[in-house]
Write a protein that binds this ligand. Structure first.
Ligand code: ZN
Length: 123
C-alpha cells in the first residue's frame, strides 16, 4: 500500500513537471512567434503592457507622450518634453530595448524572447 502511494506521488510529480515544462515551452514558442510586448512605466509605475503584434497608438501619462506600435516596433511619435530625445530615439522591437523620456519620467521597455536570428527567418 505504501509503495503504491509513493508510485502515485512520483507519477504526479512527473505530470506536474510535464505540464510545467510544456507551458514553458509554449510560452517560449509564442514569445518567439509573436512580436513580444512593451511595458510602459511612468514614474516607476507600470501604466500598461501592450502587444507589439498589434498596431496601435498609446497615450501615455495622460497625453504627455504618445507611442505608436507598428509592424512590431514601438516608436515615440510625440512628447511635450523640452528635449524631445525620446521622439528622436529609434523605434524599438528587441528584448530589453527601451525608449526613455527623462523629463516626463516615461520608460517604454520591450519584453520579447525574440532574438536577431529569428528576425531573419520572419523577414
Ligand atoms: Zn521626451
Amino acid at each position: 500500500m505504501k509503495t503504491g502511494i509513493k508510485k502515485n506521488d512520483i507519477l504526479l510529480i512527473f505530470i506536474v513537471l510535464a505540464v510545467a515544462g510544456s507551458a514553458a515551452f509554449l510560452h517560449n514558442l509564442l514569445g518567439t512567434a509573436g512580436a513580444g510586448s512593451v511595458t510602459v512605466k511612468v514614474n516607476g509605475v507600470i501604466e500598461g503592457v501592450y502587444s507589439l503584434g498589434e498596431d496601435q497608438e498609446i497615450e501615455i501619462n495622460k497625453g504627455t507622450n504618445y507611442l505608436v506600435i507598428k509592424n512590431g516596433k514601438a516608436d515615440m511619435i510625440r512628447a511635450d518634453c523640452p528635449d524631445k530625445l525620446c521622439v528622436n530615439q529609434k523605434a524599438v522591437s528587441k528584448n530589453h530595448e527601451s525608449i526613455i523620456c527623462l523629463p516626463n519620467k516615461v520608460i517604454v521597455e520591450v519584453n520579447s524572447t525574440e532574438k536577431g536570428e529569428y528576425d531573419a527567418v520572419a523577414n
